[in-house]
Design a protein around this ligand. Structure first.
Ligand SMILES: [Fe+2]
Length: 493
């Protein structure tokens, strides 16, 4: 059974009331009695007809005779509760017994009316049942709002998309008492694919379940509507697990569908209700915001990196002997940082830092920068200003700030005789300790106008010989380790 979201949005304004009786006169009287009320009346004259209606459309209230020509009102009640768990059912009978009354209430009926009944009695009973539905839905909404508030809070502090999607999936599992939650993405080139999920294993049952979620996502996207499926076409049971109920909500941004959020019950036997679709819609809109923010952030990051590369190129363009220096320093430092097990975030900062580390050379005159021979003491002093000049250039630019420790500290030495601050040992920030090794490695192996570049092996020997004086021993050891693993060979292709 597939029902669209329209059924549940109507709920707030007008309840769908199914009246079932095998006596057409009774149906006509009830219809007449309720004609002035704010109900959408649907009629059925048999159990079979009632079942068919219940499976096809959203029903909020049911008023059914206990004895029908082809079955019992209790069958109507069970069918209504299976397909619309938040519906309320009222039984009617002309032959009341205590046993009947107890039986129907035990089965979950809202109330029990004895025929013939007064107009006011029917109106009041239906009114109370409608109020109960409204209050239950308010409760669901409140609970959902709490979860959404928590997600909104988290979205302010978490930037990683995978972490956010995981939080949304966890909330979907908890909030909808589901066993599986999945997010599918749709892409113009590769189509629909599973992006993230919780509760999906890798045995045959889960493969079938993944296909099921995929098919429902396709349906949901092609109809641009939310779906509740309480009787899937496939009947598959695997170690007492089967698909009991599924809800799927597409999510979109700027009018374009980005994907779907699907929740499935495989062990929880209660079907999802239409009242829950609105909540799932809010939750999936959080997924849309997360994806949108992440895309914007990635675009911004690409722009930043392009800007940084342009700045780095501006420096290199002036210094004819060091072409490609910054890129090699980055790759060298990166290989050493991986030995030191740096995080993804640290490696990202390293890229900006390594590319910009000599940006301050923009302030060094061409005559000094491109001098073929050794520098005079005065010229060397001017050259030594480049870390401070570079730091001043980037300190006020927020997105370049991670580069600051690389720019400022890459000429500090472990023994405290470096520049510009003369820091020693652990007081040199980690980026400075790392880049000092990467920078020197590249300087030794590169050709200069007055000498040829030396072999990689000799450069590593030089680093180890100066470990503990010029270089931090931990970083020097990591360099040796990267070399021994062959990770620095790209310098000599
Ligand atoms: Fe430098």
């Amino acid at each position: 059974m597939v029902t669209d979201l329209a059924g549940s949005t109507r709920l707030g304004r007008m309840n769908n009331v199914l009246v079932v009786d095998d006596e057409p006169n009774v149906v006509a009287v009830v219809q007449e009695m309720l004609s002035s009320e704010n109900y959408n009346i649907i009629t059925a004259y048999s159990l079979a007809e009632a079942k068919s209606i219940i499976r096809r459309q959203n029903i909020n209230l049911v008023l059914t005779d206990l004895l029908l020509g082809d079955g019992s009102g209790i069958d109507v009640l069970q069918e209504a509760h299976q397909f619309h768990p938040d519906s309320q059912v009222i039984l009617m009978t002309g032959r009341p017994t205590i046993q009947n009354a107890v039986e129907v209430i035990k089965r979950g009926a809202y109330d029990y009316l004895v025929k013939p009944f007064a107009l006011e009695t029917v109106k009041m009973t239906l009114g109370r049942a409608a109020e109960k539905i409204r209050l239950e839905q308010e409760n669901i909404k409140l609970r959902e709002l709490m979860s959404f508030y928590q997600i909104s809070e988290a979205m302010g502090s978490i930037i990683e998309l995978d972490q956010l999607l995981n939080l949304i999936l966890k909330t979907a599992i908890k909030e909808y008492e589901s066993d599986v939650a999945a997010i599918f993405y749709t892409d113009e080139e590769i189509g629909l694919y599973l992006k993230s999920s919780i509760g999906l294993g890798d045995d045959e049952f889960y493969r079938m379940l993944t296909d099921h979620c995929y098919e429902i996502s396709l349906q949901s996207i092609s109809s641009s509507s939310a779906l509740v499926i309480n009787d899937p076409d496939i009947d598959f049971t695997w170690w007492e697990r089967s698909i009991k109920s599924t809800m799927c909500q597409p999510f979109q941004a700027k009018g374009k569908i980005l994907g779907t959020l699907v929740v499935v019950r495989t062990q929880n036997t209660h079907p999802f209700s239409h009242g829950q679709l609105a909540g799932l819609s809010l939750l999936s809109s959080k997924a849309a915001t997360a994806v949108e923010n992440s895309n914007l952030y990635e675009d911004l990051k690409k722009t930043y990196i392009a800007t940084v590369e342009a700045l780095a190129n501006a420096v290199e363009a002036r210094d004819s002997y060091t072409r490609g220096h910054t890129e090699r320093v980055y790759l060298l430092a990166c290989a050493i940082a991986e030995e030191l097990e740096w995080s993804k975030k640290q490696l990202g900062d390293l890229k900006i830092g390594a590319l910009l580390h000599d940006i301050g050379k923009i302030g060094v005159p061409d005559s000094i920068l491109n001098k073929p021979g050794p520098l005079t003491p005065e010229e060397a002093e001017i050259m030594k200003n480049h870390p401070t000049t570079g730091a001043k250039m980037v300190e006020s630019i927020e997105f370049l700030r991670p580069a600051l420790p690389y720019i400022l500290y890459h000429h500090e030495r472990h023994d405290g005789t470096g520049y510009p601050l003369g820091l020693a040992g652990e007081s040199i920030p980690l980026p400075g300790r790392l880049l000092a090794v990467g920078d020197t490695m590249d300087a030794i192996t590169s050709d200069r106008p007055y000498r040829k570049g030396r072999a990689l092996e000799l450069a590593v020997e030089e680093i180890m010989r100066n470990s503990g004086t010029q270089f931090n021993p931990v970083v020097a050891d990591a360099c040796l380790s990267a070399y021994n693993k062959g990770k620095l060979n790209f310098l000599f292709p």
